[in-house]
Design a protein around this ligand. Structure first.
Ligand code: ZN
Length: 276
């Protein structure tokens, strides 16, 4: 599932679309836009000119000159490809194709079909994110130890669960949560509200380190994720714990353990990351 670094990698490749107009929009899968009818969304998008392509958490935010925003959430297996790869027109997993005014196509591909496109009218963006209690951008200046501590305070759920629910930091998912907790030497099942200030400080640093590494390696390509140019990311070569059950911890040599937190497979070092 694409997390902040994967979405950021796609965003940076799509930033060059600024100034392009959407000439023809074909949305093939009604699940992408529901409850809005796909033809209505496609018709509304035609003629819009891209001002910028941004990211908020795991959302891609296409900003139009009209003030509207198209919010794209890739969920499990969505990806955006530009230019269109050969055969995309006939690919059964192609859910939408956008023809630009320079004749090139942007292709939205999604095997599992959980991804969403939402077209927001001018002025609706902040309210949209506020309603979802989306937390701070973890690579932004506002993401301080004090702010992270405040968002964890009083919460009894496991700290990993608190990271996954996006309220403490937007964009961290299963992979980067495990990596961040390993860097921070914090056990994933520790109650979020019980972390001391040094641990919160280490967690903040661990989150940023894992995410920055992910961006530098252009994301992790496990199954379906590809960059916008179809290239694979290399973050999977940098994993310290994620998916590495039984392999030695690179800090202490102890075999990496696996458990479940918030229903998700979770890897950690039982020596570096003590539960109590
Ligand atoms: Zn260790």
């Amino acid at each position: 599932m694409p997390e902040l670094p994967e979405v950021e990698t796609i965003r940076s490749k799509l930033a060059g679309l600024a100034g392009r107009s959407l000439e023809r929009v074909e949305i093939r899968d009604p699940r992408l836009t529901r409850p809005e009818p796909p033809d209505a969304v496609a018709a509304a998008l035609e003629g819009e000119r891209v001002a910028d392509v941004r990211r908020r958490g795991k959302y891609l935010v296409v900003v139009f000159e009209s003030g509207r925003h198209l919010l794209v959430h890739l969920r499990m297996t969505g990806t955006i490809l530009h230019p269109a790869p050969a055969g995309a027109e006939d690919d059964v997993h192609t859910r939408a194709i956008v023809r630009l005014d320079n004749g090139s196509d942007v292709v939205y591909r999604d095997v599992r079909r959980f991804g969403t496109w939402e077209l927001l009218e001018p002025g609706e963006l902040e309210e949209y994110f506020a309603a979802r209690r989306l937390g701070l951008e973890p690579l932004g200046r506002a993401f301080t130890t004090a702010r992270l501590a405040a968002s964890l305070a009083g919460r009894r759920i496991p700290v990993k669960g608190a990271l996954l629910d996006q309220r403490a930091a937007a964009g961290v998912g299963n992979i980067y949560a495990d990596e961040a907790l390993w860097y921070a030497r914090v056990h994933p099942l520790r109650p979020a509200g019980e972390l001391g200030e040094p641990e919160v400080e280490a967690l903040r640093a661990g989150i940023r380190k894992a995410l920055r590494l992910g961006i530098r390696r252009q994301g992790a390509s496990l199954r379906d994720y590809r960059g916008a140019d179809g290239g694979r990311g290399r973050m999977q070569e940098e994993f310290r714990v994620y998916g590495r059950g039984g392999e030695p911890c690179e800090r202490c040599g102890t075999p990496i353990a696996k458990t479940r937190v918030a229903g998700r497979g979770t890897w950690y070092c039982p020596v570096c990351q003590r539960r109590a």
